[in-house]
Design a protein around this ligand. Structure first.
Ligand SMILES: Cc1ncc(COP(=O)(O)O)c(C=O)c1O
Length: 435
């Protein structure tokens, strides 16, 4: 927290990613600055060891300091990382990606997820000659996305954070970015009709931690075709956690384009925009260009991560491991007679607390994060998995959950939740529509 005070003097907002703010965890108790990580664990600057159940906010998929990825990166550093001409790795990775991801016939690279979304939206607008983008869920920080709040309401409230002011976003973008609710085909159809002939793209997370309603995504794809709009799946957090064909393979719906980042390169900065040839090819005529998008470290890290994910069958492992984790955490809750449940798809489970009251849920969430952190389990009230998590993490977490659920039950029964909370109450729900 002393470092955080120092940071706030120098860095507007204190840090670069909202999800890393202390207020997103149990502020004052959770770790704030990491010194190092290895496998499933991180160590903070005070020397405390934690299992990182947020997996580097989803950026770590194989585990911290994975030897195969890091060895490949170290070897690449010895050969050079950014040249004044291109690297063959760019083509090698594109070949690997087009063999792996169903919708991928052509590929562009970026350094992060928000950039990949912005590039995809630019390509879709350029390819269709239309301006309006319909979106569902979170897609980064760019003008095209935050423009949704220029209309005066709180369009981003249910998709990103409530109350975001589109400060610095040009007024001229008003009406170019329009939200739609997840799971409601009729609502999407009406939104498309309202903007008939103007919609360039629909960008959405196909799913997060719950399976989509039957036929929903196929219905979205059909509506897109009928309206001549490009369907973009945002697979930045989901991606290869679902399998080698990514979330689109899992749901059995192939979009026109997709964006990837955090699950592809085990923490090294890298993003990708992939898509069908006819949709991607017009990008050759658009000015979409950056020095660092083809740096050899990102390319090597991504190529090695994808090959290792396939070789180790990591997604299959994560599905099995996540199911075990759900069983163990739920058994811990049952043993102490507490009504919390770890629910959702096993690869990204959430703790569901037994209350309908928003304020009580905030208290339970904060107390849960606080007490799990004290027992060496860092994260939100959810679990992002990576391939380095194993039996030791399962045992430690089940034991911690048992004690923490007992405390939450006692605190609720005795009406003492507020008293038990040492951290600041969570005040920034990073709410997402697509759960
Ligand atoms: C679905 C989705 N889209 C976009 C982003 C933005 O990615 P980045 O933080 O790499 O810019 C994220 C990051 O959490 C995400 O989960």
């Amino acid at each position: 927290m002393q470092l955080y005070e120092r940071a706030k003097q120098l860095i507007p907002g204190g840090m670069q990613l909202v999800s890393r703010r202390p207020s997103r965890y149990a502020e004052g108790v959770s770790p704030v600055y990491a010194a190092r990580g290895k496998g499933a664990r991180i160590w903070d600057v005070d020397g405390n060891e934690y299992i990182d159940w947020a997996s580097g906010i989803a950026a770590i998929i194989l585990g911290y300091c994975d030897e195969a990825v890091d060895d490949a990166v170290r070897a690449q550093i010895g050969r050079g990382v950014n040249f004044s001409i291109s690297s063959e790795l760019e083509i090698e990775l594109a070949e690997e990606v087009t063999r792996t991801i169903p919708c991928a016939e052509m590929v562009r690279y970026t350094k992060c997820g928000g950039e990949a979304c912005a590039v995809a939206v630019r390509i879709a607008r350029g390819a269709t000659g239309r301006d309006v983008v319909l979106f569902c869920g979170y897609h980064g920080w760019s003008d095209w996305y935050l423009a949704a709040n220029l209309a005066g309401g709180d369009s981003l409230g249910a998709h990103l954070l409530p109350g975001i002011e589109p400060i610095g976003v040009p007024q001229g973008l008003r009406g170019t970015s329009v939200p739609f609710p997840y799971g409601d085909l009729a609502a999407l159809g009406e939104t498309l009709d309202r903007h008939k002939g103007k919609v360039a793209a629909i960008i959405m997370e196909p799913l997060r931690s719950e399976a989509p309603p039957d036929g929903y995504l196929a219905g979205v794809a059909k509506l897109c075709r009928e309206h001549g709009a490009i369907l973009i799946f945002d697979e930045i957090s989901a991606g290869f956690r679902f399998g080698m064909e990514a979330a689109q393979g899992y749901v059995g719906v192939t979009p026109d384009m997709a964006v990837f980042a955090k699950s592809i390169s085990n923490g090294y900065p890298m993003g990708m925009v992939v898509g069908r040839r006819d949709v991607m090819a017009p990008a050759a005529q658009m000015f979409i260009s950056s020095t660092y998008w083809s740096d050899a470290i990102g390319l090597t890290a991504t190529l090695t991560t994808i090959r290792e994910l396939r070789r180790r069958r990591t997604a299959e492992y994560l599905w099995d491991f996540g199911a075990k984790l759900q069983r163990r955490v739920n058994a811990a809750a049952e043993e102490v007679g507490y009504g919390a449940r770890l629910t959702g798809l096993p690869i990204y489970s959430h703790v569901h607390f037994p209350t309908d009251d928003g304020q009580t849920r905030k208290q339970l969430t904060t107390l849960y994060i606080q007490e799990m952190a004290k027992r060496g389990c860092h994260g939100y009230a959810s679990f992002y998995l990576n391939g380095a998590q194993g039996d030791a993490e399962l045992e430690q977490t089940a034991a911690a959950a048992r004690e923490v659920f007992a405390l939450l039950k006692r605190g609720t029964d005795e009406n003492r939740l507020g008293e038990l909370i040492e951290a600041k109450l969570q005040n920034e729900p990073f709410q997402r529509l697509v759960r």
